[in-house]
Design a protein around this ligand. Structure first.
Ligand code: MSP
Length: 642
């Protein structure tokens, strides 16, 4: 039976240019696609851009162009990045294309017809500036808690999808398919989320507020909520309602790759939508972590966004691909830095792999007329290496099928390191003088190993590995890993040294003025030892700080920022302040109103995750818990601390 895999990336918001996080998603999905092909699967790979909604409409307005013009440009930037990163997608879908919008409207109509979409009146406090509704208890002094601006009572018609109706079925699916979401910790997270009753999902936005969207087929005064529209790309892109054969070929084998920030939409919204549409759920949701810069999320306001194109230009697309696949564990966060890219290149690629190749080829050129030497009888050490080389394709396959990419790479690189030890130990460079045949056998072992390794790293670095294979006299990679084994090279085949495959790189720190704000420096001195030198604070320095007592009025999570809460605090001033604090892992928002705190009131305001933070809450850290610093007795708000 044909083995098949259908791979998707999230479709990228066309409201800005691609950054390294997007590049990671695309390269990771491409790498898995290539590995599956190597392990004998037929594959299909879809990516694209998510082009509707408020964010896009707003970015277009800011740029002074129409949304249509804006998304054309942004979508192209995402499309162009793919070949630059050696990503080979089969299709690229845009949610503004008729092949998608028509399907969304058909899906909506079918849900409406079966009663799974209903109309309801929604009432709440609408803030024009924040473009969203608040409940009564969210308001601060009857004002918008986010912007401090006015709010108006709005009663609005909206359409809701009966998400709640499908909750039991979704739970059943989760229970029966413990590997539906990987890693397992994310499965658990979704399972826990479903312990609470689901609300129905508002899937419409009145055109008066948002015009840039797909009109509802049963009420043209509304456009579709952007997530309801976007998620359907995974099906519209393979022919849902248009080409049943194509759809049936790929849909049962769908592997969605997505970031942990969009797991709820993919598991709960998408899961219930598919159940309502009588479609099977995707085979797997592979949830990835985030690349952080100096342990902080990338954001335009912090000025730390990393551009994958310029990095690719600087270090080479394939070195970047290797780094992105090697230095993170799927599902976990990791720190991105150019220094780490350089370090990884120099250790794994230049030293371990590149040097081994160069040494081996040079010896074959000198001692064996540039021809692959004949194999010979194996001693213990040779047999051990041969065994390792023969075993590694299966080991890698097992890791890949279990989404342990870092282990797959590590196991492959262990073979490279074993070969380095082997060449040092068997010393063909010396032996060649007294016993050329034996030296030839040794080199043959290494060439066989390099051949297997090149094929196994091919999904990560296709062009570099093609080069390596061509150095070994091979026309290209094997068709499937099934045929990959020790002994595939033919004695007498001419081999050739090309230019160094992975030149060593030097890391040049950017000039201070160009460097993004360095949190790493703060990290480097966590111990509170007084620095007898320049690190001492003068009394005047201390006097500059306005520390006051304050009380928390409201607390709420910040979308996309796991560790942060947005607080409004009363510091004894005319109006409250908004402060962002890294306490989400230590305190639940509902427990916070009324809590006394100490506030650094004259810290320069700073935008964090789109929220302007006007001060800093003092916290003590212990065992990864953040604990408020509080006055020992209850004091009025605004009391000075000296
Ligand atoms: N448009 C939605 C997805 C709709 S899919 C039906 C979206 N787009 S996005 O452009 O904001 O994000 C796309 C992907 O990039 C997400 O999986 C997100 O997790 C990922 N990343 C964004 N920043 C990232 C990092 N810093 N690191 C790793 N991945 C990151 O969400």
């Amino acid at each position: 039976m044909t083995k098949r895999s259908y791979f998707t990336t999230p479709i990228y918001y066309a409201n800005g240019r691609p950054h390294i996080g997007h590049a990671y998603c695309s390269v990771l999905t491409d790498t898995f696609r290539r590995y599956h092909a190597l392990f004998g699967y037929e594959t299909h790979f879809l990516t694209g851009t998510d082009e509707h909604g408020q964010k896009v409409q707003k970015s277009a307005e800011n740029a002074g162009v129409s949304p249509a013009e804006y998304v054309d440009k942004m979508s192209q930037a995402f499309r162009d990045l793919l070949p630059d990163l050696h990503v080979e997608n089969d299709d690229f879908i845009r949610t503004t294309e008729p092949r998608h919008t028509e399907i969304v409207r058909e899906a909506l109509q079918s849900l409406y017809d079966k009663g799974d979409i209903y109309q309801n009146q929604y009432e709440g406090w609408y803030s024009e500036r924040a473009e969203r509704f608040w409940t009564e208890k969210d308001l601060v002094d009857q004002k918008c808690p986010e912007t401090g601006g006015p709010v108006e009572r709005v009663s609005e018609k909206n359409y809701f999808f009966r998400m709640s109706k499908y909750q039991p079925q979704l739970i059943e699916h989760l229970e029966k398919n413990r590997d539906w979401i990987v890693p397992a910790s994310r499965w658990q997270e979704v399972r826990s989320f479903l312990e609470n009753p689901l609300l129905d999902l508002s899937i419409s936005r009145p055109k008066s507020r948002l015009s840039w969207g797909i009109p509802l087929p049963f009420d043209e005064d509304f456009v579709t909520y952007v997530w309801f529209d976007a998620l359907l790309n995974y099906c519209s892109g393979i022919g849902l309602y248009r080409d049943d054969q194509r759809f049936q070929t790929w849909w049962p084998h769908a592997n969605h790759f997505l970031g942990k920030d969009i797991l709820t939409t993919h598991s709960v919204y998408w899961g219930t939508m598919l159940l309502a549409l009588d479609l099977p759920l995707p085979k797997r949701l592979v949830t990835t972590g985030m690349w952080l810069i100096d342990n902080t999320k990338m954001s335009k306001s912090l000025g730390n966004v990393v551009d994958p194109l310029s990095l690719g230009d600087k270090y080479g697309a394939e070195v970047l691909r290797y780094f992105l696949m090697r230095d993170i564990v799927i599902g976990l966060d990791a720190s991105f830095s150019e220094e780490a890219v350089v370090r990884r290149n120099n250790s794994d690629l230049a030293n371990d792999l590149g040097n081994l190749l160069r040494r081996t080829i040079t010896l074959v050129e000198r001692g064996f007329d540039s021809k692959i030497p004949a194999p010979g009888p194996s001693g213990d050490e040779d047999a051990e290496l041969e065994q390792l080389i023969n075993a590694v394709p299966r080991v890698v396959e097992e890791h890949i099928m279990s989404h342990r990419l870092h282990d797959a790479i590590e196991q492959t690189m262990q073979v490279v390191r074993a070969m380095n030890r082997y060449i040092d130990h068997t010393a063909p460079f010396k032996v060649v003088k007294e016993d050329p045949a034996r030296a030839g056998e040794t080199l043959r072992h290494i060439l066989e190993g390099l051949h297997v390794v090149a094929n196994l790293l091919h999904p990560i670095m296709p062009e570099k590995m093609n080069e390596l294979l061509s150095n070994l006299g091979c026309a290209g990679p094997v068709k499937t890993a099934q045929e990959l084994h020790y002994g595939m090279l033919e004695a007498g085949t001419p081999i050739k040294a090309g230019p160094p495959l992975f030149p060593r790189l030097e890391f040049e720190a950017p000039p201070e003025s160009e460097a993004p704000p360095k949190k790493a420096e703060k990290k480097a001195k966590p111990t509170p030892k007084p620095d007898p030198g320049d690190g001492m604070a003068s009394f005047d320095d201390f006097l500059k700080l306005q520390l006051v007592t304050a009380t928390i009025v409201t607390a709420e999570p910040i979308e996309g920022a796991e560790k942060l809460l947005k607080l409004t605090v009363d510091a004894g001033e005319e109006s409250t302040r908004t402060v962002v604090a890294g306490i989400a892992k230590s305190y639940a928002p509902d427990d916070l109103p009324g809590t006394s705190i100490v506030l650094l009131a004259n810290l320069q305001p700073r935008k964090i995750f789109g929220v302007l933070s006007q001060g800093m809450v003092l916290l003590a850290e212990s065992d990864n818990r953040m604990v408020f610093v509080q006055p020992a007795e209850a004091l009025p708000t605004g009391a000075k601390i000296r």
